[in-house]
Write a protein that binds this ligand. Structure first.
Ligand code: CA
Length: 238
């Protein structure tokens, strides 16, 4: 999941970046409206955190321009405390949610999770595919009743696939959403991570759709191998 942070206060920008990074998101950040607008226009993000008071272009203008250009990603605006008119202007400009400064980082993370869930059309914070359950609040993964330990990257990939359970997810979209921009996108690491996830979750947990991408099935066929594997204690730590 990729999140764009546009905040001109360098300390807050850094804090947001590190909290989101620790929560498993790929974070891109900008400290002015123009650069932020450019990033949001040219790359796909699963959510955006947008401060309204920004140099070069205001947050409201950034948001209006995106929406006018058909950019539909969920946007959480950060407003100054007590400026109710900012909230109204932000929501009118197309914001999906707002948070007044100062805020608690835990609340911001909860709102980002909710935004991503809602935009994926799911209200439940637990993603399910067959016997696999991914709790987006805690990042824990269960295969049957057995906990599965995943690396940050494996977790990112699994979460992205499970937000779209039942749908084919093209490889190019996976690369776009789980790697930071400077990543070498020619490498075949997606296949490597898919293989590792199958080892931990079961061979049928993730289907390969030839020439199109990957899919996690709705039904309960996926993941049973993994449950058995986890029961035997073969939980990976790499
Ligand atoms: Ca500001």
């Amino acid at each position: 999941m990729r999140v764009l942070v546009i905040e001109d206060d360098p300390n807050l920008n850094r804090q947001l970046g590190s909290a989101l990074d620790s929560a498993g998101y790929v974070v891109e950040s900008a400290v002015d409206g123009e650069h932020g607008h450019f990033l949001g226009e040219t790359a796909d993000f699963d959510a955006v955190i947008l401060d309204l008071g920004l140099p070069a272009m205001s947050g409201i203008d950034v948001l209006r321009k995106w929406r006018a250009a058909g950019r539909a990603m969920p946007v959480l605006i950060l407003t100054a405390r007590d400026l109710w008119s900012d909230k109204v202007a932000g929501i009118d400009a197309g914001a999906d949610d707002y948070l007044a400064k100062p805020f608690h980082m835990a609340e911001l993370l909860a709102r980002v999770r909710a935004l991503i869930r809602r935009s994926a059309g799911r209200a439940d914070p637990v993603l399910v595919s067959g016997a696999i359950r991914f709790d987006t609040r805690s990042g824990t993964v269960l295969c049957g009743d057995a906990p599965v330990i995943l690396t940050t990257f494996e977790q990112r990939l699994l979460q992205f696939l499970m937000h779209r359970t039942g749908q084919i997810v093209p490889r190019s979209e996976i690369i776009e959403h789980i790697y930071a921009q400077d990543f070498d996108r020619d490498s075949n690491t997606v296949e490597v991570f898919i293989r590792r996830l199958r080892l931990k979750l079961g061979a049928d947990a993730i289907e390969t759709v030839r020439g199109q991408g990957y899919r996690m099935p709705h039904g309960d066929s996926g993941g049973r191998d993994g449950a058995r594997q986890a029961e035997r204690g073969a939980i990976g730590h790499d």
